[in-house]
Design a protein. Structure first.
Length: 101
C-alpha cells in the first residue's frame, strides 16, 4: 500500500492521481455525484495503478455524468490501463479523448 488516491477539479476536467484500487477508492466513491457534475474530461494520466475495482468506478463515473447529460472522455490512458479496458471489452465505454485530438 504505497500511494493513495488524489483528485482535483480543473474547470470541466477531473484529474485523478495515485492509485485507483479497491483499497483507495472509497473516498472518491462517497463524493462521486458532486465530483463528476459538469465534468467533460476525466484525466487519468497521473494514475500509477488501476485495478478492476478502479476500472469499475471509472465506468460508474461516466454513467453518472451521462445521467446528467454529459458523456465524458478520458485522457492520459496508460498502456496498462488500456490493456485492462481491452481485457474487459470496455473500449466503447472508456473512450480516449487523446484519440479524438
Amino acid at each position: 500500500m504505497g500511494e493513495s488516491l488524489r483528485w482535483q477539479r480543473d474547470a470541466s476536467t477531473l484529474l485523478l492521481s495515485g492509485e485507483l484500487d479497491r483499497d483507495t477508492l472509497l473516498s472518491l466513491w462517497q463524493q462521486r455525484d458532486t465530483l463528476i457534475k459538469d465534468v467533460q474530461t476525466i484525466n487519468v494520466a497521473a494514475l500509477e495503478r488501476v485495478d478492476t475495482a478502479g476500472l469499475a468506478l471509472l465506468v460508474h463515473l461516466r454513467e453518472i455524468a451521462r445521467a446528467q447529460g454529459i458523456t465524458p472522455c478520458f485522457s492520459g490512458i496508460s498502456d496498462k490501463l488500456q490493456s485492462l479496458i481491452t481485457l474487459y471489452n470496455l473500449q466503447q465505454i472508456i473512450v480516449s479523448a487523446d484519440k479524438n485530438a
